[in-house]
Design a protein around this ligand. Sequence first.
Ligand code: DQA
Length: 147
Amino acid sequence: MTILVLNGPNLSRLGKREPEVYGRQTLDDINRKLVENFPRFSFEFFQTEYEGALLEKLFQSEDQGGYLGVVLNAGALTHYSIALRDAISAVTIPVVEVHLSNIYAREEFRRRSVISEVCVGVISGFGANSYHLGVRALMGIVSLEPE
Ligand code: DQA
């Protein structure tokens, strides 16, 4: 079973982008550590700057089948994309919403997520570890042990 790790706009810039908020690890670093930490799983990684591409990837994964779930950092789309919210509602694959920063401890506009209600849960504020916790959350949903 494969876990899809989906990243939206600006997450390609991790490592360089506001390191005091998002840390110094690049997205490649984060992805590599996921593979190392969860050797039993196969991962697919996808990052895009485009809203539509994120939707298409979700639908492709749903149609293709074989996915355990999705760990999704939608970036700023989290706060306003009703299209993304509808897409998550439209698929049966469980989606865990993750954020590196604690979106509830930041600017007012970040405190609202339009996708949380249609995700199985939210992990926010643990830096790169949010992705690891996201994978563990998915494992909990399907009752799998890490090793
Ligand atoms: C983010 C938080 C969002 O508000 C922001 O737009 C991002 C990253 C995070 O991982 O903390 O791009 O999703």
